[in-house]
Design a protein around this ligand. Structure first.
Ligand SMILES: O=C[C@H](O)COP(=O)(O)O
Length: 250
C-alpha cells in the first residue's frame, strides 16, 4: 500500500520569516493520518523549517543538490550539507533545472546517487515538453528520463524514490493534464520501473503528478490507481491551500 505524498515546491519564493509564518499556519492542520506532507523550500529557509518541523509529521525537502560532496563549485549546496541540516527530501531534475541550468539525464542520475549516499529521499521529476506531447513522444521521453535517473540504483533504493511526472506544458499554466491522461502516463512510467527491476519494486514506487494541481482537482488525480500524490508549485505557497491539498489526498 503506497502512502500518498503531497509535496509543495516553493521554487524561488519566501523569505525566512514568510516560511516561519507559513509553517506556524499549517502545523497540526497539514498533519493528516495516512498522508505524507513535504515542503520543498529555498535553501535559506531550510534551517528554520527543519527546526519548526521537529515533532511534527511534516517533512522538509530541498529543491536541488550538487552531486559532489564538496569542492570548488561556487554557489552550490551538497547532500552532506542538506543531511547536516536535517533535510529529508530533495527534488532532482525538475524541468526548470533541466531547462535553465542545463541539467542532463546524466547529471540527474549523479544527483540521485548523491541523495542516497547521504540518506536523502529523491523526488525525481520527469515529463515532456509541449512539442514532444504534440509529436506523440510523451511516453518515450518519460522512459528515457526514468531509465537514466535509475541507472545504478539498487532495487532497495528504487522503492524509496518518489517520481514526479510533470508535463512541462502544465506547469504554472493552469492547463493541467486530465486525470485520465496523467494516469495513463504514470501507469506507463510504473511499467518502465518494472522493466528495470521487477513488478514488486514498481508496485512500491510512489509516483506523483505535477502541473497546475489545485485544491479543487487534487482528489481527482489521487483517485487514479497509479497516482500516489502531487508535486505542487503555485498552490503550495498559501497555507490554507496547502492544507486543502493534503486533506484532498486522504
Ligand atoms: O514542482 C512543481 C511543478 O513545477 C508544478 O508547478 P505548478 O503547480 O505551479 O503548476
Amino acid at each position: 500500500m503506497r502512502k500518498p505524498i503531497i509535496a509543495g515546491n516553493w521554487k524561488m519564493f519566501k523569505t525566512v520569516s514568510e516560511a516561519a509564518a507559513f509553517f506556524a499556519d499549517v502545523k497540526g492542520k497539514a498533519e493528516i493520518d495516512g498522508v505524507e506532507a513535504v515542503i520543498c523550500a529555498p535553501f535559506t529557509t531550510l534551517p528554520a523549517l527543519v527546526e519548526a518541523a521537529k515533532g511534527t509529521t511534516i517533512a522538509i525537502g530541498a529543491q536541488n543538490l550538487h552531486f559532489e560532496d564538496n569542492g570548488a563549485f561556487t554557489g552550490e549546496i551538497s547532500g552532506v550539507m542538506l543531511k547536516d541540516l536535517g533535510v529529508q527530501y530533495v527534488i532532482i531534475g525538475h524541468s526548470e533545472r533541466r531547462a535553465y541550468f542545463a541539467e542532463s539525464d546524466e547529471i540527474v542520475n549523479k544527483k540521485v546517487h548523491a541523495a542516497f549516499k547521504h540518506g536523502l529521499t529523491p523526488i525525481v521529476c520527469v515529463g515532456e515538453k509541449l512539442e514532444e506531447r504534440e509529436a506523440d513522444q510523451t511516453k518515450d521521453v518519460c522512459k528515457v528520463q526514468t531509465e537514466a535517473a535509475f541507472q545504478g540504483i539498487s532495487a532497495a533504493q528504487a522503492v524509496q524514490v518518489v517520481i514526479a511526472y510533470e508535463p512541462i506544458w502544465a506547469i504554472g499554466t493552469g492547463k493541467s493534464s486530465t486525470s485520465a491522461d496523467a494516469e495513463d502516463v504514470i501507469a506507463y512510467i510504473r511499467s518502465v520501473v518494472a522493466g528495470l527491476y521487477d513488478a514488486a519494486t514498481a508496485e512500491a514506487v510512489r509516483i506523483q503528478y505535477g502541473g497546475s494541481v489545485k485544491p479543487n482537482n487534487v482528489a481527482e488525480y489521487l483517485g487514479q490507481p497509479n497516482i500516489d500524490g502531487a508535486l505542487v508549485g503555485g498552490a503550495s505557497l498559501e497555507a490554507a491551500s496547502f492544507i486543502q491539498l493534503v486533506e484532498g489526498a486522504k
